[in-house]
Design a protein around this ligand. Structure first.
Ligand SMILES: N[C@@H](CCC(=O)N[C@@H](CS)C(=O)NCC(=O)O)C(=O)O
Length: 342
C-alpha cells in the first residue's frame, strides 16, 4: 500500500474526534493536510458511506483515494503504516486498558460534551453562533443566522442519540464532575493517563475536552473550577510534536497507581451499565435502553454503533494471551469494569 503524503483529512474545530486525530498526527509527526470541510463532502475527494467528522482520504490497495472514517481503527491503521512514536502500549494488557479508556472517552464522555453544548442556553448560543462560521463566515448576516438555526435545530434533535434527556442529565453531569476530580488527582502525579508517555486514550479524552474544557461555556467554567490541571493539560495535548519519548515509560499493568484505578472505577460506575444495557437492547431489538447509573435512572434510544464498540473490545479481550488477560482481570477487579468482559 502506498501512503498519501501528506495525509489528507477533513473535519472541523468543533468536532472532538477531528481534534483527537489532529493531535495524534501532530504527536506522531505524520504530515497532514487539513481541510475544514462540510461533513466529509470535499470537492474532488470521494464521499464516505456515512458522513462523519473527521473523514480521512487514504489510498486503497490500488492507490486510489477512498474516504475512511472512525478514529479508533484509524489510529491502529496508522500504527501499521507509520513507524515510531507509537501510541499503543507494547504490553498487551496495558494496550487493552488503553483501548477501554479510549472507548469511554469516545462513547461516554461525548455524552457530556453533547449534553452541555445543546442542553444549556449559553452553550447553545455560543455553538449556534460559532459552528456555522467554521463552514465559512464571509456571508451575509441573514445567511449566517439561517445556518445557525439549521445546525442548532439539527444537533438538539440529535441529543437523543447520545442519551441526553431530562432523565439522564443529572447522571451525565455528576459523572463529568467525578471524572474531572479523578483526572485532576491523577495529573497531580503523572503527565498522561498511562504514565509518562501519551497513548491513544489520552487523545480520546483530549478530543472531548477540547470542547468541554475549551469551548462550551458551562463545562468550561466547571472544568476550570474543579480541575485547573485538566484545563491546562488539554491545552498542551493539542501539540505534542516536540515531546521526546526516549526512556519515558508507560505504567506496569501489574502496578497501576490508585489514581488510574479511580478513573477506571468511574468508568465502571457509568460506562459499564449503559454499554451493557445498550448491547442487550440492540440484540433484542428493544426500542428503549433502560438502566440504572449510579443510583439514577437511565433511559435512551438504542445506539447500534456503541454495541459494535463493545463487541470490538470483547474481541480484543478474547484475543489477549492468557497471561495478559489475567493481568487485565487483576487490574479491573473491583472497578466495575469486569462485567463488560465476563
Ligand atoms: N466514531 C467516530 C465518531 C465521529 C463522529 O461522531 N463525528 C461527529 C462530529 S464530532 C459527526 O460527524 N457527526 C455527524 C455530523 O456532524 O453531521 C470516530 O471516532 O471518528
Amino acid at each position: 500500500m502506498t501512503l498519501a503524503d501528506p495525509v489528507i483529512l477533513s473535519g472541523a474545530p468543533g468536532s472532538p474526534y477531528t481534534r483527537k486525530m489532529l493531535a495524534v498526527l501532530r504527536y506522531r509527526r505524520i504530515a497532514y493536510r487539513f481541510i475544514i470541510g462540510n461533513n466529509g463532502g470535499v470537492p474532488g475527494l470521494p464521499r464516505p458511506k456515512v458522513a462523519l467528522l473527521p473523514t480521512f482520504y487514504l489510498p486503497d490497495a490500488t492507490g486510489t483515494l477512498e474516504a475512511v472514517t472512525d478514529s479508533t481503527p484509524l489510529i491502529r491503521r496508522f500504527e501499521q503504516d507509520y513507524s515510531g512514536r507509537s501510541i499503543v502500549p507494547s504490553n498487551p494488557a496495558l494496550a487493552f486498558i488503553d483501548a477501554l479508556i479510549e472507548d469511554y472517552a469516545d462513547e461516554w464522555l461525548t455524552k457530556a460534551m453533547f449534553h452541555y453544548r445543546w442542553a444549556f442556553a449559553d452553550d447553545v448560543a455560543k455553538a449556534g453562533a460559532i459552528l456555522p462560521c467554521w463552514r465559512g463566515f464571509s456571508i451575509p448576516d441573514e445567511d449566517l443566522a439561517k445556518a445557525s438555526d439549521f445546525i442548532s435545530d439539527r444537533q438538539i434533535g440529535r441529543l437523543r442519540y447520545v442519551g441526553s434527556n431530562a432523565i439522564t442529565g443529572p447522571a451525565i453531569e455528576a459523572s463529568y464532575c467525578r471524572f474531572l476530580e479523578a483526572f485532576e488527582d491523577h495529573l497531580r502525579q503523572y503527565p498522561y493517563l498511562l504514565g509518562h508517555r501519551p497513548s491513544a486514550c489520552d487523545f480520546g479524552i483530549y478530543g472531548q475536552l477540547t470542547q468541554l474544557a475549551e469551548f462550551d461555556p458551562t463545562p468550561m467554567s466547571l472544568t476550570l473550577k474543579l480541575a485547573p490541571r485538566v484545563t491546562a493539560w488539554t491545552g498542551i495535548l493539542d501539540d505534542q510534536s516536540g515531546v521526546e519519548i526516549t526512556d519515558k515509560a508507560w505504567f506496569d499493568p501489574d502496578a497501576l497507581p490508585p489514581t488510574l484505578l479511580a478513573i477506571l472505577s468511574e468508568i465502571g460506575r457509568v460506562y459499564t451499565p449503559v454499554m451493557l444495557a445498550n448491547a442487550t437492547a440492540v440484540v433484542s431489538g428493544a426500542t428503549e435502553v433502560t438502566a440504572e447509573v449510579d443510583g439514577l435512572a437511565w433511559s435512551q434510544q438504542p445506539f447500534p454503533y456503541q454495541a459494535k464498540c463493545l463487541r470490538a473490545l470483547r474481541e480484543d479481550y478474547a484475543a489477549l494471551p492468557a497471561s495478559a488477560r489475567a493481568q487485565v482481570d487483576k487490574a479491573l477487579a473491583g472497578t466495575g469494569c469486569e462485567p463488560l468482559f465476563t
